[in-house]
Design a protein around this ligand. Structure first.
Ligand SMILES: Cc1cc2nc3c(=O)[nH]c(=O)nc-3n(C[C@H](O)[C@H](O)[C@H](O)COP(=O)(O)O)c2cc1C
Length: 177
């Protein structure tokens, strides 16, 4: 799949997934795409925990009753940031930006291989969910699960969200409001 098709085809999938395990080769290939993303000062701060262990998945599946992909995914990728990051440029760190760039690469790779996913981030921020996931994957203190990505073969077509048009969001040379 070429890059433009992958961008077009990617969408947040929250529906049922095939439960059979994913080849580690594919999971590795997907995360390798995350490693190639740009990062502030090339610090490459995001770390990844790829979860395909049946016992850990069983616990993760219980956490999100409203999302079938989260209940059924045969693999998940936890994108990890450092909570006490070093300020690497003029008093700034780029943990969140690095993580977001890596995540988008990963989502495109997931799409390119015919799998589906959804960027789980807001949901992690309430009810200590990020902490619960951190415990399951044995994150050391100071590390945080910023984004969780269920990965699997979709069993149906999910709804596609409408995107604003070019003219609504972009312009050349000066801001068109
Ligand atoms: C920063 C961020 C946080 C998100 N958090 C969640 C989340 O917690 N749960 C969820 O189901 N989707 C989450 N999403 C997915 C968005 O809801 C989704 O990208 C948006 O509705 C557009 O749909 P699309 O991905 O199909 O284009 C998040 C996306 C981003 C970029």
């Amino acid at each position: 799949m070429d890059i433009f098709t992958a961008i077009e085809e990617r969408y947040s999938y929250r529906g049922p997934m095939e439960k059979s395990p994913l080849p580690r080769e594919d999971l590795r290939k997907i995360v390798e795409c995350g490693l190639k993303a740009p990062s502030g000062k090339n610090a490459q701060t995001t770390q990844f925990v790829i979860i395909d262990d049946a016992n850990i998945l069983e616990e993760l599946h219980k956490l999100h009753p409203a999302n079938k992909a989260m209940q059924q995914a045969p693999a998940m990728i936890a994108c990890i940031i450092d909570q006490h990051a070093e300020k690497i440029y003029e008093g700034y760190d780029f943990q969140l930006e690095d993580c977001a760039a890596a995540t988008e690469n990963i989502l495109l790779a997931i799409t390119g291989l015919g799998y589906a996913s959804v960027w789980i981030d807001g949901w992690l921020r309430v009810d200590q969910r990020a902490e619960k996931v951190a415990q399951l994957i044995k994150l050391p203190a100071g590390k945080k699960v910023q984004i969780l990505l269920p990965v699997g073969k979709p069993l149906e077509q999910g709804p596609r969200r409408e995107k604003k048009t070019f003219d609504q969001r972009a312009c050349f040379n000066s801001y068109a409001g």
